[in-house]
Design a protein around this ligand. Structure first.
Ligand SMILES: C[S@@+](CC[C@H](N)C(=O)[O-])C[C@H]1O[C@@H](n2cnc3c(N)ncnc32)[C@H](O)[C@@H]1O
Length: 282
């Protein structure tokens, strides 16, 4: 998609705005270009783009300042118990991971119990989830790669993983752009699928189809931030299940009290070859 002068000016303004400074440029360009045909003026385009970006970045889900979390991260050492304690504190600072805390011990064993062993795991739109690595290690030795369009989360995750988990990484990237390049054995799309569908209807389905990973794990929140049942989950789940059925992809469900997890198998994998990644990864 080429950008016109009006779009270019807005892209530059949004990139310079403190609120969106860490947002991947691909995200800003994509949103401005897709909103452009719907806007009758420059002011309307900028307003529409800011509204979309606000929802995509979802800064309101973070309940602590990044600088505070960076300090906690630097201190996340010592005994395994102390590290887990610090990680819990960081995970508790984002609504998505905070909500998962009561299920954290059960979460990865349940997911990997359903998908089997993997050599590599991609965690798409990971936010603070790299801090769940101590619990991921209870279930698998797989190499971990997190992806997020928000550089603040990426840097925080990198700071935590460096030294402690050398085979793991976090990448600054919009996963809706070229998802085919992500080829991990298992791709996790945790509690963000609905945001992607909100950004662009059909984007979640396209992501599942185009990801280079043979197994895609999509999860949905079961409650809203105010504690009410989530209204969109069943609609999105049903569309996703139909989409998979049309392609002959088996779908399994794992239900946890705070999260509904769906496992989509697009192609055969290492499933069932428990322990195929030998040796303990850091
Ligand atoms: C609701 S949180 C999900 C956090 C995490 N997956 C979890 O379950 O704990 C949304 C996160 O997804 C990121 N995000 C949304 N769309 C994205 C995209 N297309 N590519 C990369 N990151 C994305 C946002 O920056 C934000 O950090």
């Amino acid at each position: 998609m080429s950008t016109d002068v009006r779009e270019q000016a807005i892209i530059q303004r949004l990139r310079a705005a403190p609120k969106y400074r860490g947002v991947h440029v691909d995200t800003i360009v994509d949103i401005v270009q897709r909103e452009s045909p719907k806007a009758s003026s420059t002011a309307e385009l900028e307003r529409r783009a800011r509204l979309k970006l606000h929802k995509v970045v979802a800064g309101y889900l973070l309940t602590r300042r990044i600088t505070y979390l960076a300090r906690s991260t630097a201190e996340a050492d010592g005994s395994e118990a102390a590290r887990r304690e610090r990680c819990r504190e960081v995970l508790g600072a984002h609504f998505s991971t905070a909500e998962r805390l009561p299920d954290l011990e059960a979460f990865y064993p349940a997911v990997f119990g359903a998908v089997g062993e993997a050599g590599t795991v991609a965690d798409l739109a990971c936010a603070l989830n790299p801090f769940s690595l101590p619990w991921l290690r209870d279930a698998t030795n797989a190499e971990y790669a997190g992806y997020d369009l928000n550089l603040a989360y990426v840097e925080l995750g990198r700071q935590f993983l460096a030294d402690r988990y050398p085979r793991c990484s976090v990448h600054h990237r919009d996963v809706l752009v070229c998802p085919g390049a992500i080829t991990a054995d298992i791709a996790l799309v945790l509690k963000t699928y609905h945001n992607m569908e909100d950004r662009r209807p059909g984007a979640g389905l396209r992501l599942v189809a185009e990801l280079g990973s043979p197994v895609v794990v999509v999860s949905f929140p079961t409650r809203t931030m105010t504690g009410r049942p989530v209204p969109f989950t069943w609609r999105l789940l049903s569309a996703l299940s139909d989409f998979a059925a049309e392609r002959g992809w088996p779908v399994d469900r794992v239900e946890l009290p705070t999260e509904l997890v769906v496992v989509i198998r697009k192609a055969p994998t290492l499933t069932g070859q428990k322990g195929s990644t030998s040796g303990a990864a850091a």
